[in-house]
Design a protein around this ligand. Structure first.
Ligand code: HDE
Length: 713
């Protein structure tokens, strides 16, 4: 709503007084969409004070009509998302491999818009669902828009686009009762998966903690498919794209994720927004694994198979540059909702591979924009416009913004001087890679796609013990929610192909015995072929373990932007509280003071400390670590506060860093925290213990605690 202005006198004065206000409408008079000033926005036009509303009230009708049409169809997948603006800077010239301008000149700063998302849930669903996360980046380059539309998991469920609608139908809420929302833990999903052995590698990732990230700022991104780089000479190399967050890759615990979903379903959205508002700009390095064309077949799996990754031990990631997200959108709908990504938005120097999943996506994204944004002119919406001019003979259509001048809208033409010209000069415009094709037209799956399990095993074997436990517990949870005994059995049987111990541990919790499946488990067998040729196979991977696949090996040297709760009450030791707060903030942590009530904490010397949240608003699941400063009166008050004890217990249960000094330790003694246990995440002592606490927070979690002690929080 517009702000009230000073009462203007004559027309000139009005205009003058309006000019001092900003262009976003602050201080402007309210108008209709035709620019007519509205003098009453509270009442509709009636036949008398108590009479019926008149049809002629065009102001009311315009307002209500617009309101009635405010919603557009949400995305069928990735409906729930959050986005940010930023820029990409190149560290090194990549012209040896690609002629893409934004990867050739280290002086160019390319603007970007990034949208992170969950896949399964509707627009209003929780951020903390167990799910893959979308990681879609639009680069506004000098050669047009380039979209890298990836996920935070480097592989996918299926090998062929033909299966995508089936996968999504199985994953989404069941069609009879529209349950469950934003969750894969239900019969139709596991029914489909149990009949799709090719999904097993992705299932390992989706059941791991990668599917419950701590923050969008702390997850990797992957292009998933193999793409091509093409250099100036037309030489092609295969590439896999990687985004690596500078803050490291971190997740939350599943119990924590479920709690966050209730306490703050916007947790990831808020985290991204607040980090950017406070100047803690998220940063990710962009890298590529580069494979020479001649090495296409040396890996024992097909580079075109999107259920496979190239272990970084075999082909290291070459870091090309860095993306920084430094600006929140001004308007969620106009930008985050209307942004239209498409893997087919390419620039010269980057091309597709024949990955049959990618090929299907090339059709889907434009088609979906037509239905969602309602017109082929979606590229004219400000967030989708390239920064370079557009010149072509496309015309008209719903909601056309461009006013094309002149008589010609065809090519070739002489009346318009032949404009616009084709960019026919060598290497000037886009040319597709000159791939030789000599093949039969065939509806089939390549036999080189037949290994469905070896990389699932590689992923499982590469996890730490704690990560393996989490993955097994996730499978127990999900399959426990499945009602059909046949589906549960089929799943545990299929898991034997990944790892027998994994299958047995899941089966045990479900009261089942896992058996090696007999017969053909592969549903992708073409009807006319011998199923034996398509029996899911396990090929020994070139390596047994890959360090890059475990989050245990991520950077653990920074506490920047970690949320730390300081629990305090009246009478807290001010020196102890302030010393810790200062030490944490100096290292970039976000510290909040939580007390029994809002307002201020009173100190013995008569001064006061502002409280950020009371126990009513705060919850330990929304913090990475907790500190309890000294001060007997404060500690006694917290001990008498069940919510304070619960806060500490829950942080302990979720294996977080916990610290207390002086009398603050008494609160820990009143909780389940075992201050005498060998636990590097519990930092207690006298005076200033901030350095040890900072080290502990950077380590993120102390999973050993999970097996040591159960906490009823
Ligand atoms: Fe998508 N996908 N997808 N997808 N996808 C969409 O496009 C589709 C796939 C991904 O923030 C839709 O604009 C098909 C893989 C992201 O706006 C739709 C297939 C990967 C986003 C669509 C796939 C993705 C989408 C829905 C299999 C990881 C959100 C709305 C052939 C590499 C982008 C839209 C955003 C969105 C189709 C598989 C990533 C329906 C048919 C694999 C990050 O067009």
């Amino acid at each position: 709503m517009a702000k009230k202005t000073t009462k203007p006198g004559n027309e000139n004065e009005k205009i003058k007084s309006l000019q001092q206000f900003t262009e976003n409408g602050d201080g402007e008079f309210l108008t209709t969409n035709q620019g007519l000033r509205i003098n009453d926005n509270q009442n509709s036009l009636k036949s008398g004070d108590r009479g019926s509303t008149l049809l002629e009230d065009f102001i009311l009708r315009e307002k209500i009509t617009h309101f009635d049409h405010e919603r557009i169809p949400e995305r069928i997948v990735h409906a729930r998302g959050s986005a940010a603006h930023g820029y990409f800077e190149l560290y090194q010239n990549m012209s040896k491999y690609t002629k893409a301008g934004f990867l050739n000149d280290t002086k160019i700063k390319t603007p970007v818009f990034v949208r992170f998302s969950t896949v399964a849930g509707s627009r209003g669903s929780t951020d903390l669902a167990r799910d893959a996360r979308g990681f879609a980046v639009k680069f506004y380059t000098q050669q047009g828009n380039y979209d890298l539309v990836g996920n935070n998991i480097p592989v996918f469920f299926i090998q062929d686009a033909m299966k995508f609608p089936d996968l999504v139908h199985a994953l989404k809420p069941e069609p009879d009762n529209e349950m469950p929302q934003a969750a894969s833990a239900h019969d139709t999903f596991w029914d489909f998966i149990s009949l799709m052995p090719e999904s097993m590698h992705m299932i390992m990732w989706a059941m791991s903690d990668r599917a419950i990230p701590r923050s969008y700022r702390m997850m990797e991104g992957f292009g998933v498919h193999t793409f091509r780089f093409i250099n100036e000479k037309g030489k092609s190399s295969f590439v896999k794209f990687h985004w690596k967050p500078l803050l490291g890759v971190h997740s939350v615990a599943w119990d924590e994720a479920q709690n966050i979903s209730g306490k703050d379903p916007d947790f990831h959205r808020r985290d991204l927004w607040e980090a950017i508002e406070s100047g803690n700009f998220p940063e990710y390095e962009l890298g590529v694994q580069i494979v020479d064309e001649k090495d296409e077949f040396k890996f024992g799996f097909d580079l075109l198979d999107p259920t496979k990754l190239i272990p970084e031990e075999l082909v290291p990631v070459t870091i090309m540059g860095k993306m920084t997200l430094n600006r929140n959108p001004d308007n969620f709908f106009a930008e985050t909702e209307q942004v239209a990504f498409h893997p087919g938005h390419l620039v010269p120097g980057i091309d597709f591979s024949n990955d049959p999943l990618l090929q299907g996506r090339l059709f889907s994204y434009t088609d979906t924009q037509l239905s969602r944004l309602g017109s082929p002119n979606f590229h004219e919406i400000p967030i989708n416009r390239p920064i370079v001019d557009i010149h072509n003979n496309q015309r008209d259509g719903h909601m056309r913004h461009t006013i094309n001048k002149g008589k010609t809208s065809y090519d070739p033409n002489s009346i318009g001087g032949g404009c616009p010209f084709q960019a026919m000069m060598k290497n000037f415009g886009f040319t597709s890679f000159l791939e030789r094709i000599d093949a039969k037209k065939i509806r089939n799956r390549s036999k080189s796609f037949i290994d469905h399990f070896s990389q699932a095993t590689l992923f499982f074997n590469s996890q730490s013990d704690a990560e393996k436990n989490h993955l097994i517990n996730a499978l127990r949870f999900e399959l426990g929610k499945v009602q059909s005994p046949e589906i549960r059995q089929r799943m545990v049987d299929l898991l034997t192909q990944v790892d027998k111990n994994l299958a047995n541990r899941v089966a045990e919790a479900l009261g089942l015995i896992a058996k090696t499946p007999v017969g053909n488990t592969n549903q992708s067998v073409p009807a006319d072929d011998d199923p034996k040729d398509y029996q899911s196979k396990k090929i020994k991977p070139i390596i047994e373990r890959s360090e890059a696949l475990s989050m245990k090996n991520t950077n653990k040297d920074s506490i920047a932007t970690r949320r730390v709760a300081i629990l305090a009450a009246d009478g807290v030791d001010e020196i102890s509280l302030n010393a810790m707060k200062k030490a944490l903030e100096t290292k970039g942590a976000m510290v909040k003071i939580i007390a029994p009530k809002l307002g201020a904490i009173k100190l013995a010397n008569g001064s006061a400390i502002k409280v950020d949240e009371s126990f009513l608003q705060a919850a330990s699941v929304l913090y990475d670590a907790v500190f309890i400063p000294g001060g007997k009166k404060s500690s006694d008050a917290l001990k008498a506060e069940p919510d304070a004890i619960h806060f500490v217990n829950e942080a302990y249960k979720h294996c977080k860093a916990i610290s207390a000094n002086d009398e603050g330790i008494e609160l820990l003694k009143a909780s389940y925290v075992d201050i005498n246990a060998k636990d590097n995440g519990i930092i207690v002592g006298k005076g200033n213990i901030s350095q040890a606490f900072i080290k502990a927070i950077a380590l993120h979690r102390f999973w050993d605690r999970e097996t040591a002690r159960k906490v009823p929080a």
